[in-house]
Design a protein around this ligand. Structure first.
Ligand SMILES: [Zn+2]
Length: 238
């Protein structure tokens, strides 16, 4: 699956999981968790893509440590990480027992494929709905310092996509618009990147406002948050 689907499915897995245990995982972590297994692309050729970081026997202990250390937040974040393996095993396969065994698990619906496109674009649409309901949309609509952190998933998604294309000698522009299904996927990436970029701009604005307000020390909150006296965001649904 492409990074659009991974970040969106991560959000869809981690936010409701957090909500079940009464924690609000920040949006940037919810979007980032499911991208992490593909960070192996940064370490190529040291680590072969789709091996260690896509193995259950590697990831489950890491998730266990996260849950023990960070409790509910660790659980929600882990749900995001593991969503990556679920997604990859739907459109392709994963090696759940690597490096002990090369056994591959998955139903391989294909990548790219209409099923993959539906999953990725559908996930993005659902993220938009849920972000509206749970208040995360305020990171785009208003200036909040937390928006700055959305640069992390944004830069990860952009650089991993470029690196992956480079490593595989894919002419990105040709590839991106080569099929109908892929065009939708490309548009989805552009929409997500645009939204994250806007949130980063809003975050930078909030930081600037705090910094330049005369005679007042930075507080960690934007104007908006101070005047309403409540931190972002109020969770009201999934
Ligand atoms: Zn992957």
């Amino acid at each position: 699956m492409f990074l659009l689907g991974h970040s969106c499915l991560s959000y869809l897995f981690s936010k409701p999981t957090g909500r079940k245990v009464n924690v609000n995982l920040p949006a940037y972590l919810a979007l980032l968790a499911g991208v992490l297994p593909d960070f192996d692309i940064y370490f190529k050729p040291l680590i072969q893509h789709h091996t260690y970081t896509h193995s259950l026997i590697i990831l489950l202990p890491i998730c266990a440590v996260l849950i023990i250390r960070f409790k509910g937040l660790g659980l929600a974040f882990s749900a995001g990480i593991l969503s990556h393996l679920v997604a990859d095993s739907i459109v392709g396969t994963i090696p759940p027992l690597y490096p002990l065994s090369d056994f591959q698990l998955g139903i391989s619906l294909g990548l790219p494929s209409p099923a993959d496109t539906a999953l990725e674009v559908g996930a993005l649409a659902l993220v938009l709905v849920i972000a509206y309901l749970n208040g995360d949309y305020k990171l785009v609509a208003e200036s909040h310092r937390e928006g700055v952190y959305l640069a992390i998933p944004l830069v990860s998604i952009a650089t991993l996509t470029l690196l992956f294309a480079g490593d595989n000698n894919v002419p990105l522009a040709d590839f991106a618009f080569s099929r109908k299904a892929l065009t939708l996927i490309t548009l989805g990436h552009a929409v997500l990147a645009g939204i994250l970029g806007l949130a980063v701009v809003q975050g930078v604005r909030a930081v600037m406002i705090d910094k330049w307000r005369p005679g007042q020390a930075p507080t960690g909150q934007s104007n908006e948050q101070q005047s309403h006296g409540s931190p972002l965001p109020s969770n009201t649904s999934p």
